[in-house]
Every structure is written in structure tokens, then in C-alpha cells.
Design a protein around this ligand. Structure first.
Ligand code: 3NM
Length: 248
């Protein structure tokens, strides 16, 4: 704990004044043990996510290596059927690979695993831990993303200090079966009003990405079109090319 009534270890002193005496700041600094820089959400076109259930039998690590080979700059570990130990082992390895590649590494849902592997951030849905609680655990320097399915949720996430939001699912997708597609209307609303980066997701593939880019998507979240591709680097290059052409 930090000094009573002031702030948690790893926090800073902004907002604690006038209660926060200099020794509390010093304690926080010493407890924390190191300076931390705020990690930015990268300005990039494709946000790649893992899904070992849809990877043609390839391991998550193998798929991640191919994504990084293609120059992916933000990658989310999203595994729904694995136990905690396996997820942590994989995330430790992915952390080392993404660090080397200069890729922002986000863990879906599991704040504990993200902290243990020193991921750059966490992504949460509307029914996961609330943004404010995740921020308390992660601190200000890490990236937090929130899935949104309507403009009211986007406004709430922006006001709550999210670093980016997911906007979707634009189309129906087997990867998130049962989720109601939001269509182009919400994408266009987000493109017009979002004050933080937004990642357009749900059914984005070689056939849909150009129109989504024309309607304002600057960054697309893609699962199955990449994880199911025989040629992952080639498919990522083609997705990028179609986004570029659509924006000309
Ligand atoms: N989040 P695919 S849709 C992980 O709308 C995820 O928040 C969504 O998978 C959201 O690229 C989705 O295979 C799945 O369609 C996207």
C-alpha cells in the first residue's frame, strides 16, 4: 500500500494534492522502483488477434510469429478455451517476441495474466471488469481497450479514460457467435465522433475491408481472416493493400 489516504504504489501524485505530502510521493516512487513511460496505442492499420480454435491446427505461437513477420504492430492474445497456466506460458513467450518486434501486446480479459507477463495492455468487454477497476490494477501507463457496440458505450469508454475502443461487430461472425451486428451506422458514428483510436472489428476480411475503410475505419481488428489464412503474411499484406487503395 502507499501512504494512507494518498495513492497506491505505482500511482502518481496528480489528483492526490493537497493531501499528498512529499514523502508520500517519494514512497510511491521507491515502492514502484522505476520510472514508467506511458505506452501509446500504435497508429497502425491492422490489429491482429489470436484464436487457436481457428488456426488450421497451428499453435498460437506459430501464428503469432507469422503475424509479426508481416509487421503487425498491435496484437491481442484472445484464447477462450485454455487454462490459466497455459495462457500465462504462451503470453510470456509472446511478450518476448512482441518486444523484440516492437509490437504492442494486449491481453484479452485477463488482467492478472497481462500484469504477470508485462503486456502493454488489456482489452475488456462490456461485461468484464469495469474500466475504472482495470485502470486501478494496471496503472496509467498501460493501454486499456474496451469493446463497444453502440455510441453510448463509446462515450462512456472515452469519458472513463480508455486508450482505444473496439467498434463492432460490423458483420455477423462465427468468432463471436450470437453478437448482433451493428452495421455501418455505428462505424460511421465512431469515425465522426471518436476522440481516441477506434478498432473496427467483426467479419473484416479481404472481401469487406475496403468498404469498411471507405466508411472511416483507420484500424481494423481481424481474427479469422488472418488466423485461418494459409499464407498469413501474404493475407496481411493484401488486407493492408486494400485499405490503402480504399482510402485513396
Ligand atoms: N470482438 P472475426 S467481434 C473479438 O464486436 C471480437 O467486439 C468483436 O472475429 C466485437 O475477425 C470479434 O473472425 C470477433 O470476424 C471478430
Amino acid at each position: 500500500m502507499g501512504v494512507k489516504g494518498h495513492h497506491a504504489p505505482g500511482g502518481d501524485c496528480k489528483g492526490a494534492a493537497p493531501l499528498c505530502p512529499p514523502e508520500a510521493c517519494l514512497a510511491s516512487f521507491l515502492n514502484n522502483g522505476r520510472f514508467r513511460m506511458r505506452i501509446p496505442f500504435p497508429d497502425t492499420d491492422i490489429y491482429a488477434l489470436t484464436d487457436s480454435r481457428q488456426s488450421r491446427g497451428r499453435s498460437t505461437l506459430e501464428v503469432v510469429r507469422l503475424m509479426l513477420e508481416a509487421g503487425i504492430k498491435v496484437l491481442q492474445y484472445r484464447e477462450k478455451d485454455k487454462d490459466g497456466g497455459e495462457m500465462l506460458r504462451e503470453c510470456m513467450e509472446i511478450r518476448a517476441l512482441t518486444r523484440k518486434a516492437g509490437c504492442c501486446f494486449i491481453v484479452n480479459d485477463h488482467v492478472d495474466i497481462a500484469m504477470l507477463c508485462e503486456a502493454d495492455g488489456v482489452h475488456v468487454g462490456q461485461t468484464d471488469l469495469p474500466l475504472a477497476a482495470v485502470r486501478r490494477l494496471l496503472g496509467r501507463d498501460r493501454v486499456i481497450g474496451v469493446s463497444t457496440h453502440a455510441w453510448s458505450e463509446a462515450e462512456q469508454a472515452m469519458a472513463g479514460g480508455a486508450d482505444y475502443i473496439g467498434v463492432g461487430p460490423i458483420f455477423a461472425t462465427a468468432t463471436k457467435a450470437g453478437a448482433t451486428p451493428v452495421g455501418y451506422a455505428y462505424l460511421e458514428r465512431a469515425a465522426a465522433g471518436c476522440t481516441i483510436p477506434f478498432v473496427v472489428i467483426g467479419g473484416i476480411n479481404l472481401g469487406t475491408i475496403a468498404e469498411v475503410a471507405r466508411r472511416g475505419a483507420r484500424c481494423c481488428g481481424v481474427v479469422s481472416a488472418i488466423t485461418m489464412a494459409e499464407d498469413i503474411p501474404g493475407t496481411i499484406a493484401a488486407l493492408r493493400q486494400r485499405m490503402r487503395e480504399a482510402r485513396l
